[in-house]
Design a protein around this ligand. Structure first.
Ligand code: FAD
Length: 402
């Protein structure tokens, strides 16, 4: 297929990585990138970490030097939203009514923070997905003493860590038995829960929020087990929802994200998807998965960009070995591999990690995944241990308080 016009919906990490891969691969098509936010692609991880501690600057932390964006020779349409897709006409309509045609379209519209409709319009309620959210949250913290964070996933834990470091009274609530129980399992989650408690966070797990009370401004949260939490400000860390509404009626298959094959292709050969919005039939996962992590969005964007111009038979799988990181209280938490429900977990210090706290997940004696805390350069060794017998890699795990 000859490419004259490439259209990218979503100006963030996955979209940028795809454009860079296209240009690297020699693609000289006219490329247009449409982004709803008012910024060129920027980096989200610092929003809940350094920037929540220090406060936002004049602009978000860009992913590249300014000159790198212009070198890509892209028509950036920033501050505009794609509102619909017409596959027959091969056009995307934006919120100003303009229509943009494509030979190939990349859907990279990511995800947005899940909010609670019953709290719409109430004051003192925040979520954190965008730079604009960070600015609102930062401004909202003025005069605040106590913060309640609902949701003990990565964003909730990172916000708790950053706000604790700023001296706020922080309560972190989750209905699961521990923090991060979903991605890391309960056993590792217990250590993360302890880490937060050691830093002075009041952690309340195992009970759902049943009521937000107060007037226009929320003042108290009530849990199902009867506990109440007074809060001057509430941060919701309830996960993310893929931004697919603009594709309604287009015939693109949506099922918790844009459904695509291992190479990022939808059923329409001219339309691809990458990043947090894409639900990919992923080989390492043995089925469809939508991943919401930085490394995946970056690698998947690059792979899809390359696939758009690849010769037949040279397509690259867009999902690799799962990897993610988080930072809490100045320590880097890293995870690599893929554990499943029912895997065994050992937590301790071992030969492969120089005595650094480590969790090793294994099944039938074979290591399936590993996580470490506080050792940023450990990743390569963790990767190499995957698929090997646990007794040769970790002959004597010495239990340590994580
Ligand atoms: C606060 C925070 C901290 C994080 N920290 C980590 C971390 O430590 N480690 C880690 O692995 N991952 C982290 N992540 C996740 C990581 O940032 C995401 O996985 C990554 O940003 C996904 O990139 P993306 O390009 O797929 O989507 P996004 O970054 O969500 O970008 C999608 C873009 O598309 C735009 N858009 C949406 N709808 C439309 C439309 N209709 N028209 C035009 N534009 C549209 C959006 O406004 C957005 O700018 C963090 C995320 C957040 C929010």
């Amino acid at each position: 297929m000859t490419l004259h016009r490439v259209l990218v919906a979503g100006a963030s990490l996955a979209g940028l990585a795809a454009v860079e891969a296209l240009r690297r691969g020699g693609c000289d098509a006219e490329i247009t990138v449409v982004g709803e936010e008012h910024w060129l692609p920027y980096d989200r991880p610092p929003l809940s970490k350094d920037l929540l501690c220090s406060g936002p600057g004049e602009h978000p932390p860009y992913l590249r030097e300014e000159s790198a964006y212009s070198r890509l020779n892209v028509n950036w349409i920033i501050g505009r939203r794609c509102t619909s897709l017409d596959r027959l006409a091969r056009t995307v309509t934006l919120d100003d009514g303009s229509k943009h045609s494509y030979d190939v379209l990349l859907i990279a519209t990511g995800a947005r923070a899940r909010t609670l409709p019953e709290l719409d319009g109430r004051e003192g309620v925040h979520a954190l997905r965008t730079y604009a959210d960070l600015r609102r949250l930062h401004a909202g913290l003025t005069g605040v003493k106590s913060v309640a964070i609902v949701g003990g996933g990565f964003i909730g834990c990172e916000v708790a860590s950053s706000l604790r470091q700023r001296g706020f009274d922080v309560t972190l609530v989750d209905m699961l038995p521990t923090l991060l129980a979903g991605p890391l399992g309960v056993k590792v989650g217990e250590f993360v829960t302890r880490l937060h408690r050691e830093h002075g966070v009041r952690v309340m797990c195992g009970s759902a929020v049943v009521e937000y009370t107060g007037g226009q401004r929320i003042e108290m949260i009530r849990l199902a087990d009867g506990h109440t939490i007074d809060a001057d400000l509430v941060v919701l860390g309830l996960g993310a929802i893929p931004n697919t509404e603009w594709l309604t009626g287009s015939g693109i298959r949506i099922d918790d994200g844009v459904v695509c094959d291992p190479y990022g292709r939808t059923a329409d050969p001219r339309i691809f998807a990458a990043g947090d919005v894409a639900r990919v039939d992923a080989i390492p996962y043995g089925g469809p998965v939508r991943i919401e992590h930085w490394t995946n969005a970056s690698l998947q964007g690059a792979a899809v960009g390359a696939n758009m111009i690849a010769a037949p038979g040279h397509l690259r799988a867009t999902v690799g070995l799962p990897y993610f990181w988080s930072e809490q209280y100045g320590s880097r938490l890293q995870y690599v591999g893929l554990h499943r429900r029912g895997d065994q977990v050992e937590i301790g210090a071992s030969a492969i990690d120089d005595g650094v706290p480590l969790a090793v997940y294994h099944r039938d004696g074979i290591i399936t995944a590993a996580a470490s805390l506080g050792h940023p350069r450990l990743l390569q060794r963790l990767r190499l241990a995957l698929g090997k017998p646990v007794e040769t890699q970790c002959p004597s795990l010495i239990p340590v308080p994580w």
